[in-house]
Design a protein around this ligand. Sequence first.
Ligand SMILES: *[C@@H]1O[C@H](CO)[C@@H](O)[C@H](O)[C@H]1NC(C)=O
Ligand SMILES: *[C@@H]1O[C@H](CO)[C@@H](O)[C@H](O)[C@H]1NC(C)=O
Ligand SMILES: *[C@@H]1O[C@H](CO)[C@@H](O)[C@H](O)[C@H]1NC(C)=O
Length: 396
Amino acid sequence: MPACRCFQAVLVLLAVAVTMLLAILLSLDGWLPTPLLGVREEGPPVTNVMFLKTHKTASSTVLNVLFRFAETHNLSVALPAGASFHLGYPWLFLARYVEGAGGAGRGARFNVMCNHLRFHLPEVQKVMPNDTFYFSIVRDPVAQLESSFAYYRAAVPAFWAAGSLEAFLEAPRTFYQPGLTLQNVHARNNMWFDLGFDPDAPADDEGYVRARLAEVARRFQLVLIAEHFDESMVLLRRLLRWQLDDVVAFRLNARSPHTVARLSPAARERARGWSALDWRLYQHFNRSFWARARAELGPGRLRADVERLRARRRELGARCLQEGEPPGPTRAPDPLLRPYQSGGAHILGYSLRRDLDPTTLRLCERLAMPELQYTARLYARQFPHKPPKDINFLDE
Ligand SMILES: *[C@@H]1O[C@H](CO)[C@@H](O)[C@H](O)[C@H]1NC(C)=O
Ligand SMILES: *[C@@H]1O[C@H](CO)[C@@H](O)[C@H](O)[C@H]1NC(C)=O
Ligand SMILES: *[C@@H]1O[C@H](CO)[C@@H](O)[C@H](O)[C@H]1NC(C)=O
Protein backbone atom coordinates (compact mmCIF):
# COMPACT_ATOMS: atom_id res chain seq x y z
CA MET A 1 0.00 0.00 0.00
CA PRO A 2 1.57 3.33 -1.06
CA ALA A 3 0.42 5.24 2.01
CA CYS A 4 2.02 2.67 4.28
CA ARG A 5 5.32 2.66 2.36
CA CYS A 6 5.36 6.45 2.45
CA PHE A 7 4.90 6.37 6.20
CA GLN A 8 7.82 3.93 6.57
CA ALA A 9 10.00 6.16 4.44
CA VAL A 10 9.20 9.14 6.64
CA LEU A 11 10.10 7.11 9.73
CA VAL A 12 13.43 6.08 8.24
CA LEU A 13 14.20 9.67 7.25
CA LEU A 14 13.31 10.87 10.72
CA ALA A 15 15.58 8.27 12.33
CA VAL A 16 18.45 9.29 10.05
CA ALA A 17 17.89 12.97 10.83
CA VAL A 18 17.82 12.37 14.59
CA THR A 19 20.99 10.25 14.44
CA MET A 20 22.81 12.91 12.44
CA LEU A 21 21.70 15.63 14.79
CA LEU A 22 22.91 13.62 17.80
CA ALA A 23 26.24 12.94 16.11
CA ILE A 24 26.70 16.65 15.44
CA LEU A 25 25.74 17.62 18.97
CA LEU A 26 28.11 15.06 20.50
CA SER A 27 30.99 16.32 18.40
CA LEU A 28 30.47 19.88 19.62
CA ASP A 29 32.59 20.23 22.72
CA GLY A 30 30.64 21.54 25.65
CA TRP A 31 27.48 22.21 23.69
CA LEU A 32 25.22 19.70 25.39
CA PRO A 33 24.18 20.47 28.94
CA THR A 34 26.10 17.74 30.78
CA PRO A 35 23.23 16.29 32.85
CA LEU A 36 21.80 15.02 29.59
CA LEU A 37 24.85 12.81 29.28
CA GLY A 38 24.08 10.91 32.42
CA VAL A 39 26.13 12.39 35.26
CA ARG A 40 24.78 14.64 37.93
CA GLU A 41 27.44 17.14 38.83
CA GLU A 42 25.45 18.04 41.93
CA GLY A 43 24.72 15.67 44.74
CA PRO A 44 26.69 13.91 47.45
CA PRO A 45 29.95 12.15 46.61
CA VAL A 46 29.74 8.47 45.69
CA THR A 47 30.97 6.46 48.68
CA ASN A 48 30.38 2.84 47.65
CA VAL A 49 33.22 1.96 45.33
CA MET A 50 34.72 -1.29 44.06
CA PHE A 51 38.06 -1.04 42.25
CA LEU A 52 39.32 -4.15 40.48
CA LYS A 53 43.03 -3.78 41.09
CA THR A 54 44.74 -5.27 38.04
CA HIS A 55 48.47 -6.12 38.23
CA LYS A 56 51.32 -3.84 37.11
CA THR A 57 48.97 -1.12 35.85
CA ALA A 58 49.59 1.84 38.22
CA SER A 59 46.82 0.37 40.37
CA SER A 60 48.75 0.82 43.65
CA THR A 61 48.42 4.56 43.20
CA VAL A 62 44.65 4.19 42.74
CA LEU A 63 44.51 2.02 45.87
CA ASN A 64 46.20 4.82 47.81
CA VAL A 65 43.54 7.26 46.59
CA LEU A 66 40.74 4.94 47.74
CA PHE A 67 42.35 4.15 51.11
CA ARG A 68 42.81 7.85 51.82
CA PHE A 69 39.22 8.58 50.87
CA ALA A 70 38.00 5.75 53.11
CA GLU A 71 40.14 6.94 56.00
CA THR A 72 39.19 10.60 55.80
CA HIS A 73 35.48 9.79 55.41
CA ASN A 74 35.43 7.02 57.99
CA LEU A 75 34.24 4.46 55.46
CA SER A 76 34.51 0.72 55.91
CA VAL A 77 36.90 -1.22 53.67
CA ALA A 78 36.57 -4.84 52.53
CA LEU A 79 40.03 -5.83 53.80
CA PRO A 80 41.80 -9.19 53.41
CA ALA A 81 41.04 -11.54 56.30
CA GLY A 82 43.64 -12.49 58.88
CA ALA A 83 47.31 -12.13 57.98
CA SER A 84 46.71 -11.82 54.22
CA PHE A 85 47.35 -8.75 52.06
CA HIS A 86 45.16 -9.75 49.12
CA LEU A 87 41.64 -11.09 48.69
CA GLY A 88 42.47 -14.68 47.79
CA TYR A 89 44.37 -14.00 44.56
CA PRO A 90 44.89 -15.86 42.25
CA TRP A 91 41.83 -17.89 43.29
CA LEU A 92 38.46 -16.60 42.18
CA PHE A 93 37.20 -14.21 44.82
CA LEU A 94 34.99 -15.52 47.65
CA ALA A 95 33.18 -13.31 50.16
CA ARG A 96 34.83 -15.12 53.06
CA TYR A 97 38.26 -13.76 52.01
CA VAL A 98 37.07 -10.45 53.48
CA GLU A 99 37.61 -9.87 57.20
CA GLY A 100 34.27 -9.65 58.95
CA ALA A 101 32.27 -11.14 56.05
CA GLY A 102 32.50 -14.84 56.98
CA GLY A 103 30.81 -16.77 59.77
CA ALA A 104 28.85 -14.46 62.07
CA GLY A 105 29.66 -11.54 59.74
CA ARG A 106 27.66 -12.96 56.83
CA GLY A 107 25.57 -10.26 55.19
CA ALA A 108 27.99 -7.47 56.20
CA ARG A 109 28.47 -4.79 53.55
CA PHE A 110 31.46 -2.48 53.02
CA ASN A 111 31.93 0.88 51.33
CA VAL A 112 35.24 0.40 49.58
CA MET A 113 36.94 -2.64 48.08
CA CYS A 114 40.28 -2.41 46.28
CA ASN A 115 42.84 -5.02 47.35
CA HIS A 116 43.99 -7.53 44.74
CA LEU A 117 41.42 -10.17 43.82
CA ARG A 118 40.31 -12.19 40.82
CA PHE A 119 36.91 -10.81 39.90
CA HIS A 120 33.86 -12.94 40.60
CA LEU A 121 30.73 -10.81 40.61
CA PRO A 122 28.27 -12.96 42.59
CA GLU A 123 30.70 -13.14 45.52
CA VAL A 124 31.66 -9.46 45.29
CA GLN A 125 27.97 -8.61 45.48
CA LYS A 126 27.74 -10.45 48.79
CA VAL A 127 29.99 -7.83 50.42
CA MET A 128 29.34 -4.67 48.40
CA PRO A 129 26.06 -2.70 48.36
CA ASN A 130 23.97 -2.88 45.22
CA ASP A 131 24.55 0.79 44.31
CA THR A 132 28.34 0.30 44.19
CA PHE A 133 30.36 2.10 41.52
CA TYR A 134 32.65 -0.44 39.81
CA PHE A 135 35.82 0.60 38.03
CA SER A 136 39.19 -0.79 36.98
CA ILE A 137 42.37 0.15 35.12
CA VAL A 138 44.19 -1.30 32.11
CA ARG A 139 47.62 -0.68 30.61
CA ASP A 140 49.24 -1.40 27.27
CA PRO A 141 49.88 -5.16 27.61
CA VAL A 142 53.41 -4.81 26.22
CA ALA A 143 54.40 -2.49 29.07
CA GLN A 144 52.34 -4.57 31.51
CA LEU A 145 54.18 -7.76 30.53
CA GLU A 146 57.55 -6.05 30.71
CA SER A 147 56.74 -4.88 34.23
CA SER A 148 55.47 -8.35 35.24
CA PHE A 149 58.68 -9.94 33.98
CA ALA A 150 60.83 -7.66 36.12
CA TYR A 151 58.63 -7.92 39.20
CA TYR A 152 57.54 -11.58 39.19
CA ARG A 153 60.57 -13.15 37.54
CA ALA A 154 61.35 -15.35 40.52
CA ALA A 155 57.74 -16.34 41.24
CA VAL A 156 56.51 -17.37 37.79
CA PRO A 157 57.66 -20.76 36.38
CA ALA A 158 57.23 -19.58 32.77
CA PHE A 159 59.84 -16.86 33.37
CA TRP A 160 62.43 -18.98 35.23
CA ALA A 161 64.27 -20.47 32.29
CA ALA A 162 63.96 -17.45 29.99
CA GLY A 163 67.08 -15.29 30.18
CA SER A 164 65.17 -12.18 29.19
CA LEU A 165 61.70 -11.11 28.17
CA GLU A 166 62.92 -10.98 24.55
CA ALA A 167 63.98 -14.63 24.81
CA PHE A 168 60.68 -15.56 26.43
CA LEU A 169 58.71 -13.88 23.64
CA GLU A 170 60.69 -15.62 20.92
CA ALA A 171 59.37 -19.02 22.03
CA PRO A 172 56.81 -18.49 24.81
CA ARG A 173 55.30 -21.94 24.39
CA THR A 174 58.56 -23.65 25.32
CA PHE A 175 58.50 -21.84 28.70
CA TYR A 176 54.78 -21.59 29.39
CA GLN A 177 53.32 -24.94 30.45
CA PRO A 178 49.57 -25.30 30.01
CA GLY A 179 48.05 -26.59 33.21
CA LEU A 180 50.17 -24.27 35.37
CA THR A 181 47.75 -21.39 34.80
CA LEU A 182 47.56 -20.29 38.42
CA GLN A 183 51.34 -20.16 38.81
CA ASN A 184 51.77 -18.44 35.45
CA VAL A 185 49.04 -15.79 35.65
CA HIS A 186 51.58 -12.99 35.31
CA ALA A 187 53.04 -14.45 32.12
CA ARG A 188 50.05 -14.09 29.80
CA ASN A 189 46.84 -12.02 29.56
CA ASN A 190 47.12 -11.08 33.22
CA MET A 191 44.42 -8.39 33.07
CA TRP A 192 42.01 -10.76 31.32
CA PHE A 193 42.67 -13.25 34.12
CA ASP A 194 42.11 -10.62 36.84
CA LEU A 195 38.70 -9.90 35.31
CA GLY A 196 37.85 -13.55 36.00
CA PHE A 197 38.30 -14.86 32.44
CA ASP A 198 40.42 -17.62 30.91
CA PRO A 199 43.86 -16.28 29.88
CA ASP A 200 44.37 -19.20 27.47
CA ALA A 201 41.08 -18.80 25.60
CA PRO A 202 41.43 -18.46 21.81
CA ALA A 203 41.72 -14.76 20.99
CA ASP A 204 40.47 -15.33 17.45
CA ASP A 205 37.08 -16.51 18.71
CA GLU A 206 35.39 -13.22 17.93
CA GLY A 207 32.08 -14.13 19.56
CA TYR A 208 33.79 -15.08 22.83
CA VAL A 209 35.96 -11.96 22.95
CA ARG A 210 33.09 -9.60 22.19
CA ALA A 211 30.83 -11.22 24.76
CA ARG A 212 33.47 -10.84 27.50
CA LEU A 213 34.21 -7.23 26.54
CA ALA A 214 30.49 -6.45 26.66
CA GLU A 215 30.29 -8.09 30.07
CA VAL A 216 33.08 -5.89 31.43
CA ALA A 217 31.52 -2.77 29.90
CA ARG A 218 28.18 -3.63 31.52
CA ARG A 219 29.58 -4.13 34.99
CA PHE A 220 32.35 -1.53 35.20
CA GLN A 221 31.12 2.04 34.94
CA LEU A 222 34.63 3.18 34.09
CA VAL A 223 37.89 1.58 32.96
CA LEU A 224 40.92 3.82 33.45
CA ILE A 225 44.00 3.89 31.21
CA ALA A 226 47.36 3.74 32.97
CA GLU A 227 49.14 5.60 30.15
CA HIS A 228 46.72 8.50 30.73
CA PHE A 229 46.68 8.39 34.46
CA ASP A 230 45.95 12.06 35.12
CA GLU A 231 43.11 12.17 32.60
CA SER A 232 41.82 9.00 34.24
CA MET A 233 41.78 10.54 37.71
CA VAL A 234 40.05 13.66 36.43
CA LEU A 235 37.29 11.60 34.83
CA LEU A 236 36.99 9.36 37.88
CA ARG A 237 36.68 12.40 40.10
CA ARG A 238 33.88 13.76 37.99
CA LEU A 239 31.88 10.54 38.00
CA LEU A 240 32.31 10.08 41.76
CA ARG A 241 31.73 13.79 42.52
CA TRP A 242 34.87 13.90 44.69
CA GLN A 243 37.11 16.85 45.58
CA LEU A 244 40.32 17.56 43.68
CA ASP A 245 42.46 16.61 46.71
CA ASP A 246 40.71 13.24 46.93
CA VAL A 247 42.27 12.14 43.64
CA VAL A 248 45.66 13.86 43.80
CA ALA A 249 48.29 11.18 44.41
CA PHE A 250 52.01 10.51 44.39
CA ARG A 251 53.05 7.72 42.06
CA LEU A 252 53.45 4.56 44.14
CA ASN A 253 55.15 1.20 43.54
CA ALA A 254 57.04 2.63 40.56
CA ARG A 255 60.31 1.09 39.43
CA SER A 256 63.60 2.83 39.18
CA PRO A 257 63.93 3.70 35.44
CA HIS A 258 67.17 1.72 35.05
CA THR A 259 65.32 -1.56 35.69
CA VAL A 260 62.84 -0.92 32.85
CA ALA A 261 63.82 -2.96 29.77
CA ARG A 262 63.55 -1.56 26.26
CA LEU A 263 61.95 -4.02 23.87
CA SER A 264 62.65 -4.22 20.15
CA PRO A 265 59.72 -3.47 17.81
CA ALA A 266 59.64 -7.18 16.89
CA ALA A 267 59.39 -8.20 20.55
CA ARG A 268 56.63 -5.66 21.12
CA GLU A 269 54.70 -7.17 18.25
CA ARG A 270 55.20 -10.66 19.67
CA ALA A 271 54.00 -9.52 23.09
CA ARG A 272 50.77 -8.22 21.55
CA GLY A 273 50.26 -11.56 19.82
CA TRP A 274 51.09 -13.56 22.94
CA SER A 275 48.75 -11.53 25.17
CA ALA A 276 46.21 -10.98 22.41
CA LEU A 277 43.23 -11.00 24.79
CA ASP A 278 44.76 -8.21 26.85
CA TRP A 279 45.54 -6.34 23.65
CA ARG A 280 41.87 -6.53 22.63
CA LEU A 281 40.84 -5.44 26.11
CA TYR A 282 43.21 -2.50 26.05
CA GLN A 283 42.19 -1.29 22.61
CA HIS A 284 38.51 -1.57 23.43
CA PHE A 285 38.68 0.37 26.69
CA ASN A 286 41.14 2.91 25.34
CA ARG A 287 38.50 3.78 22.76
CA SER A 288 35.66 3.94 25.23
CA PHE A 289 37.74 5.95 27.71
CA TRP A 290 38.31 8.75 25.21
CA ALA A 291 34.71 8.71 24.05
CA ARG A 292 33.63 9.02 27.66
CA ALA A 293 36.11 11.79 28.44
CA ARG A 294 34.86 13.70 25.42
CA ALA A 295 31.23 13.26 26.39
CA GLU A 296 31.66 14.09 30.08
CA LEU A 297 34.23 16.87 29.92
CA GLY A 298 35.28 17.80 26.40
CA PRO A 299 38.93 18.51 25.50
CA GLY A 300 39.03 22.04 26.99
CA ARG A 301 37.73 21.12 30.42
CA LEU A 302 39.77 17.90 30.44
CA ARG A 303 43.01 19.80 29.79
CA ALA A 304 42.20 22.42 32.40
CA ASP A 305 41.30 19.82 35.05
CA VAL A 306 44.46 17.81 34.34
CA GLU A 307 46.52 20.99 34.69
CA ARG A 308 44.90 21.71 38.07
CA LEU A 309 45.57 18.17 39.23
CA ARG A 310 49.24 18.39 38.24
CA ALA A 311 49.66 21.80 39.85
CA ARG A 312 48.23 20.48 43.11
CA ARG A 313 50.47 17.40 43.00
CA ARG A 314 53.54 19.62 42.47
CA GLU A 315 52.43 21.77 45.39
CA LEU A 316 51.98 18.76 47.70
CA GLY A 317 55.26 17.28 46.48
CA ALA A 318 57.11 20.47 47.40
CA ARG A 319 55.38 20.55 50.77
CA CYS A 320 55.84 16.88 51.69
CA LEU A 321 58.89 15.43 50.01
CA GLN A 322 62.59 15.89 50.46
CA GLU A 323 64.09 17.52 47.40
CA GLY A 324 60.74 18.14 45.79
CA GLU A 325 58.85 15.83 43.55
CA PRO A 326 60.79 12.77 42.34
CA PRO A 327 60.90 9.59 44.46
CA GLY A 328 63.78 9.42 46.89
CA PRO A 329 66.30 6.60 47.32
CA THR A 330 65.17 3.01 46.77
CA ARG A 331 65.30 2.37 50.49
CA ALA A 332 62.98 4.93 51.99
CA PRO A 333 64.48 5.47 55.46
CA ASP A 334 61.13 5.43 57.28
CA PRO A 335 59.85 1.81 57.61
CA LEU A 336 56.31 3.15 57.35
CA LEU A 337 57.05 4.36 53.82
CA ARG A 338 59.42 1.62 52.66
CA PRO A 339 57.97 -0.21 49.65
CA TYR A 340 58.03 -3.99 49.32
CA GLN A 341 60.82 -5.08 46.97
CA SER A 342 60.33 -7.84 44.42
CA GLY A 343 62.73 -9.46 41.95
CA GLY A 344 65.16 -7.03 40.37
CA ALA A 345 62.54 -4.33 40.12
CA HIS A 346 63.97 -1.71 42.57
CA ILE A 347 60.73 -0.16 43.75
CA LEU A 348 61.07 3.49 44.65
CA GLY A 349 59.92 4.97 47.92
CA TYR A 350 59.54 8.47 49.31
CA SER A 351 61.33 10.42 52.01
CA LEU A 352 59.31 13.09 53.77
CA ARG A 353 60.68 16.45 54.82
CA ARG A 354 61.78 16.53 58.43
CA ASP A 355 60.28 19.88 59.35
CA LEU A 356 56.56 19.02 59.00
CA ASP A 357 53.99 20.03 61.58
CA PRO A 358 51.82 17.12 62.85
CA THR A 359 48.82 17.86 60.60
CA THR A 360 50.92 18.15 57.45
CA LEU A 361 52.91 15.09 58.46
CA ARG A 362 49.73 13.01 58.66
CA LEU A 363 48.61 14.22 55.22
CA CYS A 364 52.04 13.56 53.68
CA GLU A 365 52.35 10.13 55.25
CA ARG A 366 49.05 9.06 53.77
CA LEU A 367 50.08 10.26 50.33
CA ALA A 368 53.40 8.39 50.44
CA MET A 369 52.29 5.20 52.21
CA PRO A 370 52.70 1.94 50.23
CA GLU A 371 49.96 -0.62 49.87
CA LEU A 372 51.02 -3.15 52.52
CA GLN A 373 51.51 -0.60 55.29
CA TYR A 374 48.25 1.14 54.44
CA THR A 375 46.34 -2.16 54.36
CA ALA A 376 47.77 -3.03 57.80
CA ARG A 377 46.90 0.40 59.14
CA LEU A 378 43.26 0.33 58.01
CA TYR A 379 42.94 -3.22 59.32
CA ALA A 380 44.14 -2.15 62.78
CA ARG A 381 41.72 0.78 62.73
CA GLN A 382 38.75 -1.29 61.59
CA PHE A 383 39.49 -4.40 63.69
CA PRO A 384 41.23 -3.11 66.82
CA HIS A 385 40.63 -6.38 68.68
CA LYS A 386 42.16 -8.67 66.05
CA PRO A 387 45.88 -9.42 65.88
CA PRO A 388 47.42 -6.74 63.65
CA LYS A 389 48.81 -7.65 60.23
CA ASP A 390 52.53 -8.36 60.38
CA ILE A 391 54.60 -6.03 58.22
CA ASN A 392 57.94 -6.67 59.91
CA PHE A 393 59.24 -8.45 56.81
CA LEU A 394 59.51 -5.01 55.21
CA ASP A 395 62.41 -4.19 57.57
CA GLU A 396 64.64 -6.91 56.19
C1 LIG B 1 33.41 5.68 62.12
O1 LIG B 1 32.61 4.55 61.78
C2 LIG B 1 32.41 3.62 62.81
C3 LIG B 1 31.59 2.46 62.28
O2 LIG B 1 31.93 2.13 60.99
C4 LIG B 1 31.73 4.29 64.00
O3 LIG B 1 31.61 3.36 65.06
C5 LIG B 1 32.54 5.49 64.43
O4 LIG B 1 31.84 6.19 65.43
C6 LIG B 1 32.78 6.43 63.26
N1 LIG B 1 33.66 7.51 63.69
C7 LIG B 1 33.45 8.77 63.35
C8 LIG B 1 34.46 9.78 63.84
O5 LIG B 1 32.52 9.13 62.65
C1 LIG C 1 19.51 -2.65 47.17
O1 LIG C 1 19.73 -2.97 48.51
C2 LIG C 1 18.82 -2.38 49.40
C3 LIG C 1 19.23 -2.67 50.83
O2 LIG C 1 20.29 -3.58 50.91
C4 LIG C 1 17.41 -2.91 49.09
O3 LIG C 1 16.48 -2.30 49.94
C5 LIG C 1 17.07 -2.58 47.64
O4 LIG C 1 15.83 -3.15 47.29
C6 LIG C 1 18.14 -3.11 46.71
N1 LIG C 1 17.85 -2.65 45.35
C7 LIG C 1 17.93 -3.44 44.29
C8 LIG C 1 17.65 -2.81 42.99
O5 LIG C 1 18.24 -4.62 44.39
C1 LIG D 1 44.13 5.09 22.36
O1 LIG D 1 43.28 6.16 22.01
C2 LIG D 1 43.95 7.32 21.55
C3 LIG D 1 42.92 8.42 21.36
O2 LIG D 1 41.87 8.02 20.54
C4 LIG D 1 44.71 6.98 20.27
O3 LIG D 1 45.45 8.12 19.85
C5 LIG D 1 45.67 5.82 20.55
O4 LIG D 1 46.29 5.43 19.35
C6 LIG D 1 44.92 4.64 21.13
N1 LIG D 1 45.86 3.59 21.52
C7 LIG D 1 45.68 2.32 21.20
C8 LIG D 1 46.74 1.41 21.65
O5 LIG D 1 44.70 1.92 20.59
